[in-house]
Design a protein around this ligand. Sequence first.
Ligand SMILES: Cc1cc2nc3c(=O)[nH]c(=O)nc-3n(C[C@H](O)[C@H](O)[C@H](O)COP(=O)(O)O)c2cc1C
Length: 190
Amino acid sequence: MLVVGLQGSPRKNGNTAYLLDTFLEQGFKRGADIVKVPVAEKNIIPCIGCNSCMKTGQCVIQTDDMFSEMYDLLQNADIIVAATPVFFYGPSAQLKALIDRSQTLWSRKYALKLDDPKAETRKGFLLSAGATSGKQLFDAIRLIARYFFDAAGASYSGDLTFRKVDGPRDLKNLAGHLEEIEKSAAALFK
Ligand SMILES: Cc1cc2nc3c(=O)[nH]c(=O)nc-3n(C[C@H](O)[C@H](O)[C@H](O)COP(=O)(O)O)c2cc1C
């Protein structure tokens, strides 16, 4: 089982990185192969909206890491875990660039109806952390993740979100977070 974890925060040792690491550790313990992608360290050029992928199933941008690594990785994944901090009620721009480039996967699936052998079973899971406590804090991120996972041929298999974490070690110091992570991970990696 290949688990691809997308670390969407530009903060290397912040809450999202810690959350994803701790979550993926549970998959590793259960025998999964883990590939963690520090998205902010990748060169991912934003989608230019040319719609070429609708006809060819390929992105015209062929000089970056999305083209050389990420499309194949996402297609080979059995589970995609997308992790992001809340930035203005959305995902980080770094992760959003990757998501927008997944329009190519959407085109392959819906416009060209190409075969994706793992689509029957592939799962997507969202992790997120934000500083404030608003009721709607994760609404937009959940919706974006839902459409991202769908384009990537993954069924939305849940999310785990944390409010009121801001400083880079806030999540680590939050009472009860490990139990929550272990519970969600156990359900996903079973
Ligand atoms: C550009 C930017 C925008 C942010 N927007 C929000 C926001 O809309 N709501 C919120 O609760 N926190 C917001 N935050 C706070 C982060 O979500 C919070 O610090 C989070 O824990 C950072 O996660 P990280 O340590 O993984 O980078 C923002 C932070 C930054 C840098």
